[in-house]
Design a protein. Structure first.
Length: 99
């Protein structure tokens, strides 16, 4: 096993633990699939060095993990929207929605 894959596996282990902690503390995140989250983080670690995450303390790592989880949660919510609801959401985000 190469040093890079050891670092990636170490980072993924810590990320997995952080995912568990976030899911335990905020029930809304329990809607997410942990295996899919691990795959997302694995893909991210293929693009950025695990060395960025390894020195982070647990709280800072958990904060970064929670941000990715929030983004994933938002994308799953948007998947349930109808095309009209997506247009309304996009308009609201862009500030062009009128009530």
């Amino acid at each position: 096993m190469t040093q890079a894959s050891v670092e990636k596996n170490t980072a993924l282990k810590r990320i997995s633990e952080a995912i568990d902690q976030v899911m335990e503390s905020k029930s809304i995140y329990q809607e997410l699939d942990k295996n899919q989250l691990i795959q997302t983080f694995s893909t991210l670690l293929d693009r950025v060095s695990p060395q960025i995450l390894l020195p982070l303390n647990d709280e800072r790592l958990k904060k970064r993990v929670r941000r990715v989880m929030a983004t994933e949660l938002l994308s799953t919510i948007l998947d349930d929207f109808t095309p009209e609801e997506k247009e309304m959401f996009n308009a609201a985000v862009e500030g062009r929605w009128e009530r």
